[in-house]
Design a protein around this ligand. Structure first.
Ligand code: GNR
Ligand code: NI
Length: 165
């Protein structure tokens, strides 16, 4: 296993739209293993392949306390959604930045696992938010895109300054 390099905002590669996975081969297994290692080490509760510069629709998630419930989400589609919630979100591509974002409260997800098997999953709370946050990454979208231009500029400056020290 290997730790992968995580791209940081405002890297333009974070804006790439990821492609559907069609061939479920050993490279997908290896990539998800490395994504979990990278995510747990960070530490983070989710990681999109986009963040490690792989532009395929692959997400790893583990929102459990014990970090023992790894979830692979490939080619995800939200098939049902209801309500609204907003919690402070963070992102491994924007270290140290936390802002509330409005999301669907409950979702039903249709996705494939690392072997290509289809499954459905009902999610609410943090898991629901995390899935929506990661699916945005696959579209080249970041949670700061929901904030005002002024706030985003302030964040850009803060991150640039943090890089200099
Ligand atoms: O580790 C993470 N925590 C988090 C907290 C609230 C909402 C979303 C997240 S996802 C984030 C990891 C990450 O950047 N995933 O893309
Ligand atoms: Ni993120």
């Amino acid at each position: 296993m290997a730790l992968l390099n995580i791209l940081n905002f405002p890297d333009p590669r974070l804006r790439t739209k990821a492609k559907q996975v069609v061939d479920f081969n050993d490279n997908i297994i290896k990539l998800t293993d490395n994504m979990f290692a990278t995510m747990y080490a960070a530490p983070g509760i989710g990681l999109a392949a986009t963040q490690v510069n792989v532009h395929q629709r692959i997400i790893t998630i583990d929102t459990s306390e014990e970090k023992n419930q790894p979830l692979v989400v490939i080619n995800p589609i939200i098939v049902e959604k209801e309500g609204e919630q907003a919690i402070d979100e963070g992102c491994l591509s924007l270290p140290g930045i936390y802002e509330p974002v409005k999301r669907f409260d409950k979702i039903r997800l249709k996705a494939q696992d690392k072997h290509g098997e289809f499954y459905e999953l009902d999610a609410d709370g943090l898991l629901s938010v995390c899935i929506q946050h990661e699916m945005d990454h696959l579209e080249g979208k970041l949670f700061v895109d929901y904030l005002s231009e002024m706030k985003r500029n302030r964040i850009r400056k803060k991150l640039a300054k943090a890089l200099k020290v």
